[in-house]
Ligand binder design. Structure first.
Ligand code: HEC
Length: 86
């Protein structure tokens, strides 16, 4: 199936850390910070603006997500860049 094939290619690209140009590839910081409590599939299915992702990340912090200010910036950039709505 065509769609599934694309997803496989994107996953391979993410693993090889050549995710540029593949909007569905998962940035490493997301896998690292967001996969301990739930699958990152809950993130992949969302399209949010930077503001909305900010609220999501805040909600995750209330649930126990630990992020430094620098990590939070990277996470938000990655979320808005890869799973953004414009
Ligand atoms: C400390 C545990 C924990 C971590 C780490 C965590 N989450 Fe969550 N997340 C949860 C729980 C619990 C739920 C389900 C409860 C709910 O939806 O209210 C959830 C649900 C979600 C949802 C679905 C609900 C919604 O807002 O649409 C999204 C999206 C999400 N998380 C994004 C993230 C992102 C992005 C990160 C990394 C920055 C992250 N989570 C890290 C605990 C966590």
């Amino acid at each position: 199936m065509r769609t599934r094939h694309m997803i496989t290619i994107c996953a391979a690209a993410a693993l090889a850390a050549v995710s540029r140009g593949c909007t569905k590839a998962e940035p490493g910081i997301i896998a690292q910070k967001c996969s301990s409590c739930h699958a990152t599939a809950v993130i992949h299915e969302k399209k949010r603006t930077l503001d909305e992702w900010g609220r999501t990340v805040h909600a995750m912090k209330e649930r126990g997500l630990a992020l430094t200010a620098e990590e939070e910036k990277q996470v938000l950039e990655a979320l808005a860049g890869h799973f953004g709505s414009d």
